[in-house]
Design a protein around this ligand. Structure first.
Ligand SMILES: [Zn+2]
Length: 208
């Protein structure tokens, strides 16, 4: 079941455009909408204009069905597969104060902090984002920009409890890339809401 983003009709127009431009960059998306709990879906009071990047904090490998209960619109697996769990029209309790305006993307893995240390590696593993995951993340952001996304945020920016979400590696390689290459806005150096924290300088450097 491979398809374009579900729940957003103008994608057909964008898709036709992509056919003669850069179809090679359009990622395949595995549709798990029917396998995900609909109870997680709420009504947005306005349209979305932002993406929030996350890390799951665990890995269950590359079987898409093992992630179907994750609260996010998309999950990107270690092998680069992109799964869609909820329609973009749904507001999810995924990113605190950004929920109403955002689409959430989770990268599967327990990724280290800027200190070089992992959270409870004995229990949750010690993962590194894979090149396939990073490429898939970039391709997905490129596509979301084509349907109106203008901002990219880290969950850290809206949550006091998620200081390492998505962590320096995902942020530097996907978030900063999107600011540079897609010209997405991040709110500026000190931007945070609702008890969250700004992006630290160490996150803005390229992945070591
Ligand atoms: Zn998060």
């Amino acid at each position: 079941m491979i398809g374009f983003i579900v729940g957003f009709t103008p994608i057909a127009v964008a898709g036709a455009f992509a056919l003669w431009t850069r179809v090679d960059r359009r990622p395949e998306i595995i549709n798990l909408l029917d396998a995900s709990p609909t109870s997680k879906r709420h009504k947005r009071s306005k349209g979305f204009d932002a993406v929030v990047l996350h890390q799951t904090g665990f890995s269950r490998g590359n079987d898409p069905t093992r992630y179907r209960k994750v609260t996010a619109h998309f999950v990107i697996l270690p092998d680069g597969k992109i799964i869609q769990l909820h329609p973009l029209s749904a507001k999810l309790w995924a990113a605190d104060g950004f929920n109403n305006r955002s689409v959430s993307i989770e990268f599967a893995g327990n990724f280290k902090a800027a200190t070089g240390k992992w959270w409870s590696p004995d229990k949750y593993g010690a993962d590194e984002p894979t090149p396939a995951q990073i490429q898939a993340g970039r391709a997905l952001l490129r596509m979301l920009k084509s349907i109106g996304i203008r901002h990219v945020f880290a969950h850290r920016q809206s949550s006091a409890k998620r200081g390492n979400d998505p962590g320096p590696q995902i942020w530097a390689s996907v978030g900063e890339w999107a600011i540079r290459s897609l010209e997405l806005d991040n709110g500026g150096p000190n931007y945070a809401i609702g008890g969250g924290s700004p992006i630290p300088d160490q996150w803005r450097r390229p992945t070591p």
